[in-house]
Design a protein around this ligand. Structure first.
Ligand SMILES: Cc1cc2nc3c(=O)[nH]c(=O)nc-3n(C[C@H](O)[C@H](O)[C@H](O)COP(=O)(O)O)c2cc1C
Length: 384
């Protein structure tokens, strides 16, 4: 771990530390992974214009997300099945987020329950991500639990009503949740992971779903099947508006990329949106949020807060998004690589890397605060 200098180094360590099937699950994208690759390439297209001779002896990277102070202008994305990377993966992510004063968005598909994470996040920014399900009473119950547990913000994911075709992941299985013989052998070559994840506790289950399933169907296989049957393709703006009306806290729509959709989100009362292509795991060929950010800001001004995710691996990536008007960035795989490499310590290392890089970048740009990052400091050009 001490040799890891950046997120890519953590990715390399994660690849070594966990079995191949688990790494593919985290690392892979949809179809030909064109969007997955684009999510990194795009940041090379945006370049920074530094200002000199400004006092940057004290750099403050704190900001506000939805009216609450956050110590750093980034947070942790919702990701499902984190308990497969390390025992109690969600709890470790949540603890690291609380220590760093940043939001943790817990997935519907978390391997911990809402209540367990809430107990860990006391005083921290615990947001809950909802997959809207066919059975409205389940969505309603999850929202009720999230509110009762003190989640400040509901994040509704809109871009996964049809699951992306993740072939790199599917190749590991002969049928759902049954690994191919070579992947089974590969698992045996990871005794440390077996002792951490499998042996003492058994295969992790979906902590938020147990209430809706008989005990005999709590397994990951049954839970995944239940959710895939429950995903509704009928999700539309009317439905989202009703969810907004039912949720008493802040409301964020995740997975938008089109200006008109962001305007609609504001129209139904959203406080924020997360522009996202789901980290290249859904529609292959989708644009990157950075390509849409300026146009969306021009159209909506301060109509709601704009967050971005997908492909953030460097502090400079975050600085570019902030300078073009994003309120903050959310990171998915960057924190998961840390989690898989070394649990909570690995997540904290990842967050520290991004923090240090962002602070250094802001200093080199002549910015002592997040508010000093201005649109004229970032230009788009041909890739380098
Ligand atoms: C392993 C994994 C699981 C994910 N699970 C969810 C999920 O349960 N809900 C959700 O809204 N997004 C999910 N996402 C998407 C992330 O929230 C986020 O949009 C994406 O990871 C950002 O891209 P990045 O990983 O390149 O940072 C998942 C992403 C990964 C990598």
């Amino acid at each position: 771990m001490s040799e890891a200098l950046n997120i890519e180094d953590l990715r390399t360590l994660a690849k070594r530390r966990i079995p191949g099937f688990a790494f593919c699950y985290v690392d892979g994208g949809a179809d030909d992974e064109v969007t997955l690759a684009h999510n990194r390439a795009i940041f090379r297209q945006f370049r920074l214009i530094p200002r000199q001779l400004r006092d940057v002896s004290n750099i403050d990277i704190s900001t506000q997300f939805l009216g609450q102070k956050v110590e750093r202008p980034f947070g942790i994305c919702p990701t499902g099945y984190n308990g497969m990377l390390t025992h109690q993966g969600d709890l470790k992510l949540a603890r690291a987020a609380r220590r760093f004063g940043i939001p943790f968005i817990q997935s519907t598909m978390s391997t911990s329950s809402i209540e367990d994470i809430a107990a860990e996040m006391q005083g921290g920014e615990h947001w809950f991500q909802l997959y809207v399900l066919k059975d409205h009473s389940i969505s309603a119950r999850l929202m009720e639990r999230a509110h009762a547990a003190g989640c400040s913000t509901l994040v509704v994911t809109t871009d996964a009503v049809i699951l992306g075709n993740r072939e790199s992941d599917r190749r590991n299985y002969t049928r759902p949740q049954v690994l191919t013989p070579s992947r089974k052998i590969n698992v045996l070559l990871h005794p440390r992971w077996i002792m951490d994840v499998l042996v003492p506790h058994g295969i992790p289950i979906f902590g938020n779903l147990t209430e809706f399933l008989p005990k005999s169907q709590w397994s990951a296989r049954d839970g995944a099947r239940f959710i895939s049957q429950q995903m509704t393709r009928a999700l539309d703006w009317d439905h989202l508006e009703r969810l907004r009306a039912d949720w008493p806290g802040k409301f964020v729509v995740k997975g938008l990329l089109h200006c008109d959709d962001v305007e609609k989100a504001i129209g139904i009362g959203a406080d924020g949106v997360i522009l996202s292509n789901h980290g290249g795991r859904q529609l292959d060929g989708a644009v990157h949020p950075m390509e849409q950010l300026s146009a969306i800001k021009d159209r909506i001004g301060n109509g709601c807060e704009i967050y971005l995710d997908s492909g953030f691996r460097r502090g400079t990536d975050i600085a570019k998004a902030l300078s073009l008007g994003a309120q903050g960035a959310f990171i998915g795989r960057a924190s998961l690589y840390g989690l898989a490499a070394s649990g909570q310590q690995g997540v904290e290392l990842a967050l520290n890397m991004l923090w240090d890089e962002l602070e250094a970048c802001m200093g080199q740009l002549g910015c002592a605060s997040v508010g000093d990052l201005r649109p004229e400091m970032t230009i788009a050009g041909a890739p380098i």
